[in-house]
Design a protein around this ligand. Sequence first.
Ligand SMILES: C[S@@+](CC[C@H](N)C(=O)[O-])C[C@H]1O[C@@H](n2cnc3c(N)ncnc32)[C@H](O)[C@@H]1O
Length: 277
Amino acid sequence: MSVRTEPQEPRPQKLARLLRTFAADPVAVSRALPGEFWQRHGSVKYSPAQLDEGWFEHLHGIFGAAWPCPEAERLDGLMAEIAALLSGRGLGSGRGTYGWYSDAEIFLCRAVWCTVMHTRPQVVIETGVAHGVTSRVVLEALRLNDQGHLWSIDLPHPLDHRLHADTGAAVTDECRARWSYLEGSSRQRLPALVAEVDQVDLFIHDSLHTARNTLFEMEQVAAKLSPGGVMLVDDIKSHTGFATFARRHPGYRTVVCESLDEIGMFGIAVGEGRPTT
Ligand SMILES: C[S@@+](CC[C@H](N)C(=O)[O-])C[C@H]1O[C@@H](n2cnc3c(N)ncnc32)[C@H](O)[C@@H]1O
């Protein structure tokens, strides 16, 4: 996705909208406010030395997949298609286009695409849908693999109800057969979903980016991660959630990656053992 930040709403309007949303759903807004505040006010937790500039090649090494990888080009075509679809619906794409949340950027999407294409997962779980860019990328790759299912847990923007109609806008009807959308917070929905599935082959975190929530989701999934299963964890830059998980689970191979625009960081954690596919 290109970097295209939406024009900022003036403060008085923002506040008035927040008050209206609070009046309509005081419980949900009160629950969401602390996390929404903290995820926007962290400081950078990684030094440049901790970044793996060769992460994409290293990921292919972990998978035993060919490098250079021809799949990256195929993804570029899909990303252009997604941007055109969103634009056709009057939506922006890129950073800050779903309230202050962003569509997944191109490097994370490459990691998602190549993980699905090379590891051929049966069970994929993600948290955080918004426009549904990562959902679409996963679903297109599952369609090509002709196997696997995606469960997406998503709490539509808790502080801006106008955005709810845009949820999953990037996901086309052709993709939906392999998709289950579960509305609610990951804290409410993830434990039951993890208990229900036999194992998780790929997990993508892209919901509430606080240390507490990221760590909670990763620990939930770790209990059912298949041998060599993969977690792709977005927006780890300004909290300690991913680093804490890595410290607690030394058997995982973990990689810290910077986004193409150098604004964000995401993490890759690969579980112990070799995938069975
Ligand atoms: C960064 S956006 C997701 C972007 C999406 N993956 C994409 O590539 O288009 C984050 C999404 O997570 C939702 N969200 C916020 N808090 C959440 C929570 N506690 N549990 C689940 N989803 C949450 C937001 O409302 C938003 O829809």
